[in-house]
Design a protein around this ligand. Sequence first.
Ligand code: PCA
Length: 217
Amino acid sequence: MKTILLTGFDAFAGETINPSWEIVRALDGSTHLGKDRHVIGVKLPCVFGQALVELTQHIQTHKPDIVVCIGQAGGRSEISIERVAININDARIADNHGAQPIDQAIVPHGPVAYFSSLPIKAIVAAINAHGIPAAVSQSAGTFVCNHVFYGLMHLAAQHTFIHRAGFVHIPYLPTQAVRHAGAPSMSLEMMSAALLQLLETTLTTEHDASITGGSLH
Ligand code: PCA
């Protein structure tokens, strides 16, 4: 039995929904990966600190083999497989509790950064092979998503039962994009299929593929 913990976020920045929670909710209890795969979906608040308190509790309760946190990145056009989490909070907008930390370490004296331990290149290839746009992203930003990603990788460094962990940013849903002129979007079905591909690839890939996923700037 393998336990897979997925997290999504509350709506933030004036939105009424967050596509990350819509997907995680849709995949909670999924049997698509086989009967011996237990998929658990939980929601995190879009709040510095509290999001990590809750993530830590969920990890201690479920002792997952794989943890994938998911967040909305409005304006991105593809499924973004994040490569690296950095040890900084620098919020351009307030979180859902009104906090706006500037240049604060997430873990004082912690490592500057952690790499994702998902097979990010193989995941991009697998999602693209299913006709769904995906790419490696070199930055998860400096808001609550990077905060959770860094905190997750810090926990994974301490809890050896976590074999793989990482973060994925996703575009707006079409219902959100109608209020953001010109913004790209992706359907719930497509994003859920991409996440299943990500999990299947993570379960079956020991060594990541050597394919370029770099960017020039
Ligand atoms: N996206 C935000 C935080 C919550 C979410 O879904 C981010 O990218 O930091």
